[in-house]
Design a binder for this molecule. Structure first.
Ligand code: HEM
Length: 169
């Protein structure tokens, strides 16, 4: 169980890495706004989850024959769900390729959904709010100190390396 949770926490670390990645690159005034209004930390994290989708895909197995969006599926079939694609579906999101922390990103599928939805989502959200809130208050600037490196994985999207320099507030 502990081992499983540790592995799960990799998606959290990747999400935090992505959050910092977007902070220096796209939120130049974001930290300033976060400092004035720490409640934005939650919205910023939700938008990173929507935009980056740390868990890109997930399998399900049908327990009975079913029709989904006009497609008939038999019993016991493997279905690959593209959570990341749903999170940028233009039928659901306005201008989905735009990263915007003021967007209402709740309703994204980065944590999955239903009976097997992520059991750690509340912990992940709490941790992110604490980390981002602290960074907003204690750090004046976050600068890239080298090229970020992607971690290659068929399912998880995140960074292997994110060299940053922090300037204290
Ligand atoms: C940003 C961080 C995280 C992301 C994006 C994430 C994402 C996901 C996704 C997509 C699933 C599959 C949901 C489904 O099948 O519908 C999942 C399941 C799960 N997650 Fe997370 N997760 C994160 C953090 C965590 C943390 C911190 C924990 C533990 C403390 C955790 C524990 C689990 C467990 C135990 C499951 C399996 C639930 C089940 O099969 O019933 N996750 N997570």
């Amino acid at each position: 169980m502990r081992d499983g949770l540790w592995k799960r926490s990799r998606s959290f670390r990747q999400a935090i890495g992505s959050t910092l990645h977007y902070q220096p690159l796209t939120l130049r005034d974001g930290r300033q706004r976060l400092r004035q209004d720490p409640s934005l930390a939650r919205a910023a994290f939700e938008e990173v989850l929507r935009f980056e989708s740390p868990v890109q895909t997930f399998f399900r197995t049908t327990t009975r024959a079913v029709e989904v969006a006009g497609v008939r599926l038999g019993e016991g079939e493997k279905i690959l769900l593209f959570l990341a694609a749903a999170n940028r579906d233009p039928r659901r999101w306005e201008d989905p390729e735009r990263f915007d922390i003021t967007r209402k990103a709740s309703g994204h599928l980065a944590f999955g959904v239903g009976i097997h939805g992520c059991v750690g989502m509340a912990v992940a959200r709490l941790e992110a709010e604490i980390v981002l809130g602290l960074l907003a208050r204690k750090v004046e600037a976050i600068e890239l100190a080298g090229e970020p490196e992607r971690r290659f994985n068929n399912t998880l999207r995140g960074l292997a390396r994110l060299p940053v320099k922090l300037r204290p507030a």
